[in-house]
Design a protein around this ligand. Structure first.
Ligand code: ACO
Length: 337
């Protein structure tokens, strides 16, 4: 292979905790209803991790699926890039624990913090490692136990978020090979960083002995303001990623967007001029799983046959930071795990 290698998809995997939390379950503990949640978000149910089941555990299971499903049978990995806003510990990162649990040896392993855009940022980082020749095979993971940061009775957040992990295997390959990712578009706007935040336990609200737990120790989100930014920003980022790949909107066979709200996914399609039938939707069953959302949607789309070999796929995300990112890939011929 001559020139700069491309990043090629070799496998996808997802893992969800066993406990299902329905909208009716939530209606019993807060002032909400199945009807409101379904019509305003598209969510029917989400998963909740068991006590002691952390981002590490979910990531390891999703990674096993992704490596089991690896199209070329190779499972050696030389870097692990993990996106999460709910790490097992503030220090160290979760990725080295994942690499150790998978028995990958002394490979590079680190976390990326870009909240709901975290997986796209992590994949862009992996592409950079591959293009620079630093790594040839990378495991890219999005994993979240959002229930750890949800205030139990906050209907603004508790109905939306779910727990889960998704992972993809990628390797160096020629840019014209099926599975090759295109260039990324990434962006951030820290002017609106307060719209989605968890202040507790860090510099702005440090832990001090005896400090009581407050509402700001949990996730705070101005959903309406985020909603207004999400559709135009993801549409502009999607157009930028498509232009860099040399694809027209009409070329796109499947849109795998961050599963924040089905109305956002539909609005994005409308804004781009893509038929909503081409939008991959699994938010009904998993809710918003933040950084895990896109790789879980990729794995579910693959399982359901919603993407097929040769399809031109657009990935796009938006979330806390604010951050956003988009890229493209051609779907490879992957075995069903
Ligand atoms: N159940 C019942 N009623 C509710 C609920 C609920 N769970 N939540 C809000 N309401 C009420 C409000 O109080 C309000 O009532 P009012 O009209 O009497 O004041 C009414 O419903 C409408 O509230 P809105 O906040 O305007 O509802 P909206 O249609 O905007 O939906 C939602 C809220 C689902 C949060 C939406 O704004 C959204 O999806 N935002 C985007 C979230 C997102 O994309 N986040 C980014 C990724 S997350 C990350 O990065 C971690």
């Amino acid at each position: 292979m001559t020139g700069v290698p491309a990043m090629v998809l070799t496998g996808v995997g997802a893992h969800l905790p066993a406990q299902v939390v329905t909208n009716d379950d939530l209606s019993e503990v807060m002032d909400t209803s199945d009807e409101w949640i379904r019509t305003r978000t598209g969510i029917r149910e989400r998963r909740r991790a068991a006590p002691g089941e952390t981002s590490l555990h979910l990531a390891v299971e999703a990674s096993r699926e992704a490596l089991k499903a690896t199209a070329d049978g190779a499972t050696d990995v030389d870097a692990v890039v993990l996106a999460t806003m709910t790490p097992d510990r503030r220090c160290p990162a979760t990725a080295p624990d994942v690499a150790a649990a998978l028995g990958l040896g002394r490979v590079a392993a680190f976390d990326v913090a870009a909240i709901c855009s975290g997986f796209v940022y992590a994949a862009a980082t992996a592409q950079g490692l591959i293009a620079a020749g630093t790594a040839r095979r990378v495991l890219v993971i999005g994993t979240e136990v959002m229930s750890e940061v949800l205030y139990p009775t906050d209907r603004n957040t508790a109905v939306i978020f779910g727990d889960g992990a998704g992972a993809v295997g990628v390797r160096a390959g020629p840019p014209d090979e099926p599975g090759a990712f295109g260039p990324f578009d990434l962006g951030a706007d820290g002017e609106d960083s307060d719209l989605i935040r968890v202040d507790g336990g860090a510099g702005r609200a440090p832990l001090t002995p005896g400090r009581p737990v407050t509402r700001d120790d949990y996730l705070v989100m101005d959903g309406r303001a985020v909603y207004r930014r999400a559709i135009p920003t993801m549409a502009a980022s999607s157009r930028a990623a498509l232009a860099r790949r040399g694809w027209a909107v009409d070329d796109v066979d499947a849109v795998i967007g961050h599963q924040a709200n089905v109305r956002i996914l539909d609005g994005l399609c409308h804004e781009l001029g893509v038929d909503t039938a081409r939008s991959v939707v699994n938010i009904d069953a998993v809710g918003n799983t933040s950084a895990a959302s896109i790789p879980i949607a990729m794995a579910h789309a693959h399982e359901r046959g919603a993407v097929a070999a040769g399809d031109k796929v657009l990935l796009t995300a938006f979330g806390g930071g604010l951050t956003w990112g988009s890229t493209t890939l051609t779907w490879p011929d992957l075995p069903i795990a």
